[in-house]
Design a protein around this ligand. Structure first.
Ligand SMILES: NC(=O)c1ccc[n+]([C@@H]2O[C@H](COP(=O)([O-])OP(=O)(O)OC[C@H]3O[C@@H](n4cnc5c(N)ncnc54)[C@H](O)[C@@H]3O)[C@@H](O)[C@H]2O)c1
Length: 277
C-alpha cells in the first residue's frame, strides 16, 4: 500500500483502462476491476510487473452488490482520490439489453456508489462516447435520463428493450445518458468536495475499437475518421492524457462537463465540412 494512503481505482481493463492505470497509478494503491477474470488477472500481472502496487477486484458494474463491494474494498484501502470508469460493451459485442445494463445502468450504479466513497478533493472520470454527443434527445427525456433514481432507470419507457430498434441505438442512448448523469452527479459529488466529469472518445484503437471497425459500421467509421481534422484513430494514450488532466490538479475548476476527445469527427460530421467533402 502507498505511504500516503492514496487509492486510484480503474474499472474496465481493456485498451483505455490499461493506459489509464499506467498513467495514474504510480505512488498509489491501484485497485483494478473488471468482470472478466482472465482479463483482470492478466492486467494485474502485467501492471504489477511494471512495479505498481495492485489490488484486483472482480466486479460486474451492472450488479449493484458487486459495485458496492468494489467501493467498500477501495475505501478500506485508503483515500479514494481518483476513480476512472472505462468498463463497457459496444454494439457489435452485445445485445440491446446488455448495453442498457452495462453501459447505462452500470455507469449510474458506479456514480452512486462512489459519490459516497470518493475522498474530499478527489475526482472521477467516466468514459462516455462521441456516440452520446450524436444522440442528443428532447429536453424532457434528457432530464429523466439525468435524474431518474438509478433503481427506476431501466423502467423508463424509452429504455424498454422493445422500444429500441438495435444495439447501436441502445449504445447511443446509453452514452448520452452517461454524459447527462455525470453532469447531474457533479452536484452531489461537489457536496463532498469532489469533482466528476466524462470523456467522450471518438474511434480509439483498442480491442473494442477494432471490433467495431470490423463490424457492419466499420466502413462508415473509417470514412468519418478519414474526413476528420485529425485523420487518424485515437490511441489509448490520447484518452489517458485527457483523463490525467480531468483527474489532476490543473482541473480543479472543471466539474460536471464532458470532454470530447475525437480528433474532430463530431465537428466535421455536424458541420458537413469533413476533409472529403
Ligand atoms: N474504443 C473505442 O473506439 C471507443 C469509442 C468511444 C467510447 N468508448 C468507450 O470507452 C470505454 C472503454 O472502451 P475500450 O475501448 O477500452 O474497450 P475494451 O473492450 O478494450 O475494454 C472494456 C473493458 O470493460 C470490461 N467490461 C465489460 N463489461 C463489464 C462489466 N459488466 N463490468 C466490468 N467490466 C466490464 C471488459 O471486460 C473490458 O476489459 C467503453 O465505455 C467504451 O464504450 C470506446
Amino acid at each position: 500500500m502507498s505511504a500516503d494512503g492514496r487509492v486510484v481505482v480503474v474499472v474496465g481493463l481493456g485498451g483505455m483502462g490499461l493506459a489509464v492505470a499506467r498513467r495514474l497509478g504510480s505512488g498509489s494503491t491501484l485497485v483494478l476491476a473488471d468482470c472478466n477474470a482472465a482479463t483482470l488477472e492478466a492486467a494485474a500481472v502485467e501492471i504489477r510487473a511494471d512495479g505498481y502496487s495492485v489490488v484486483e477486484h472482480q466486479t460486474d458494474v451492472s450488479d449493484e452488490s458487486s459495485v458496492a463491494s468494489l467501493a467498500k474494498t477501495s475505501v478500506d484501502l485508503g483515500r479514494v482520490e481518483v476513480l476512472v470508469h472505462t468498463a463497457g460493451v459496444s454494439p457489435v459485442q452485445a445485445s440491446v439489453e446488455a448495453i442498457l445494463r452495462v453501459d447505462l445502468l452500470g455507469t449510474a450504479l458506479m456514480l452512486d456508489a462512489f459519490a459516497a466513497t470518493i475522498a474530499n478533493g478527489g475526482a472521477g472520470v467516466f468514459i462516455a462516447s462521441m456516440a452520446g454527443t450524436f444522440f442528443q434527445q428532447d429536453p424532457d427525456l434528457e432530464k429523466r435520463l439525468a435524474t431518474t433514481p438509478t433503481s427506476e432507470l431501466l423502467d423508463l419507457p424509452e429504455l424498454a428493450p422493445q422500444a429500441i430498434s438495435d444495439p447501436g441505438t441502445a449504445y447511443g442512448l446509453a452514452k448520452r445518458a452517461n454524459q447527462l448523469r455525470v453532469r447531474a452527479a457533479s452536484v452531489i459529488w461537489g457536496r463532498r468536495g469532489a469533482r466528476v466529469n466524462s470523456i467522450s472518445p471518438g474511434v480509439i484503437s483498442t480491442p473494442m475499437g477494432a471490433a467495431e471497425l470490423s463490424g457492419p459500421n466499420g466502413d462508415y467509421m473509417r470514412q468519418m475518421v478519414d474526413a476528420s481534422p485529425a485523420r487518424r484513430l485515437g490511441t489509448p494514450h490520447d484518452i489517458a492524457s485527457a483523463v490525467e488532466f480531468l483527474a489532476g490538479p490543473n482541473a480543479t475548476f472543471v466539474t460536471g462537463t464532458d470532454l470530447l476527445v475525437d480528433g474532430g469527427v463530431v465537428a466535421s460530421v455536424l458541420t458537413g465540412t469533413g476533409n472529403n467533402s
